[in-house]
Design a protein around this ligand. Structure first.
Ligand code: FCB
Length: 448
């Protein structure tokens, strides 16, 4: 197949990372601990018993990393800030050294011709705020607004693309209900309250960001799935609708419609969050774009012995498995999701802010051959191309990830990077997929 698919002229191609996953230097230069430090330092929480203490050591190697990005022809980079590096206690005094790290990083990126896209919160809440109740405490939403004020005042002259949160679903549900992410709680009511306060914080921060970063664009990043029922039975259809409600609509409807989905409000019953007058108006403050992190399609069946939604995930033999146990590689799911967002949410401007796949990459004679990643990226970028052709207002695509890094509760067992990280020596090796992506960037098109 030699077809070539060309993208619109100003299409934004990039890669993404997150602070805790790559920075290391967890207790240097005045950084305070975050919930992820506490969690990873707790025996038994991370699959391979590792932590993000050092990880890619990007804090010390950022110049080398930016130089590599430049060499690869990367023009856009999505990164997140460590709140507790800037405000060790989550509030109060600024740690100037922490802020300067980001000042220097941004200057380095701009000098290399790379546009920064900043996520303010990618799950590493300052531990001091968790000790005061974390996101379940309404106060945290206002402290987040203060943090946004400090950061955008300092960086807003040079940074013009902002994302308030990364994947509120993961932080609320994995962190507060399933307990496999920091802070490791298992309380559905707290999880839903957390989601509400995160969304509130997003709405509160938008005007602050716009005030300090003139002419900027601001959005929120959700992880979204394409969901299908396992059969045409009414029970399976209802189960799929519930999973969609809990996973997708709970984090979309408030932003776009100013209300939580009614079916899920009924399902959750007394676990629904406390909502104060005016909250939904703040949450639905219009944003400039929605960030979409896409990894999988999910097929759901009814199961009264199943999870809290009476659902069970179904796997069929014909599915393309991924190295991430629960995920299916299904690019058509991305296409269908993008069309669905256009139809159900009034054609919002979209950006794919993460997409990628983990593989058991190995170094062979100094190289890393990852044809399956190239295939994955090609198909998903193809899905994005098709969605644009069908009228979806999709402005960009960011590969997860620039380099292999600490994959949360899975530690270093998964490699997602376009660049291989040798954690012992710190050496970076551009994988075949990284070289393939260089071609995509040069030609603004995809082909195999
Ligand atoms: C997403 C996260 C990102 C990374 C990828 C694999 O859910 O936003 O940090 O872990 O999954």
């Amino acid at each position: 197949m030699n077809d070539i698919y060309t993208f619109p002229k100003d299409f934004i191609w990039g890669t993404a990372t997150a602070s805790y996953q790559i920075e290391g230097a967890w207790n240097e230069d005045g950084r305070g601990p975050s919930v992820w430090d506490t969690f990873a330092h707790t025996e038994g929480k991370i699959d391979d018993n590792t932590t993000g203490d050092k990880t890619c050591d990007h804090y010390h190697r950022f110049k080398e990393d930016v130089a590599l990005m430049k060499k690869m022809g990367l023009k856009n980079y999505r990164l997140s800030l460590s709140w507790s590096r800037i405000l060790p206690e989550g509030k109060g005094g600024v740690n100037q050294k922490g802020l300067d790290f980001y000042n220097d990083l941004i200057d380095e990126l701009l000098a290399a011709g790379i546009t920064p896209f900043i996520t303010l919160f990618h799950w590493d809440l300052p531990q001091a705020l968790q000790d005061a109740g974390g996101w379940a405490n309404r106060e945290t939403a206002y402290l987040y607004r203060d943090y946004a004020e400090i950061v955008t005042k300092a960086l807003g002259d040079r940074v013009k693309n902002w994302m308030t949160h990364n994947e509120p679903w993961v932080h609320t549900m994995c962190g507060h209900f399933f307990g496999n992410h920091a802070p490791g709680l298992t309380d559905l009511k707290k999880a839903l309250q957390t989601a509400h306060h995160m969304l509130l914080a997003h709405g509160l921060a938008i005007p602050v960001i716009r005030k300090n970063s003139k002419g900027c664009r601001v959005g929120l990043v959700n992880n979204l799935e394409w969901i299908e029922p396992a059969s045409s039975s009414e029970r399976d259809k209802a189960a799929a609708a519930r999973h969609d409600g809990a996973f997708n609509r709970w984090y979309l409807d408030p932003l776009f419609f100013g209300s939580y989905p009614q079916d899920m409000m009924e399902w959750y019953g007394e676990d629904v969050p406390q909502i104060e007058a005016g909250d939904m108006k703040i949450i639905s403050t219009p944003m400039d774009f929605l960030g979409v992190n896409f990894y999988t399609r999910r097929i759901m069946a009814h199961d009264s012995q199943g999870n809290f939604l009476n659902c069970r995930q179904v796997r069929y033999p014909f599915m393309r498995k991924s190295d991430y146990e629960e995920w299916e590689n299904n690019a058509e799911g991305l296409y269908r999701l993008l069309i669905r967002l256009k139809e159900d949410y009034n054609s919002p401007e979209l950006m794919i802010t993460e997409n990628g796949t983990p593989l058991q990459d190995k170094i062979e004679n100094g190289e890393v051959h990852d044809p399956d990643r190239i295939d994955y990226l090609y198909r998903h970028m193809g899905a994005a191309w098709q969605a644009i052709a069908d009228g979806v207002d999709l402005k960009g695509y960011f590969v997860w990830s620039f380099l292999d890094n600490f994959e949360w509760c899975l530690g270093f067992t998964k490699r997602f990077g376009l660049v291989y990280t040798d954690y012992e020596s710190g050496k970076r090796i551009v994988k075949d997929s990284g070289r393939w992506y260089e071609k995509v960037l040069k030609t603004n098109s995809i082909s195999l």
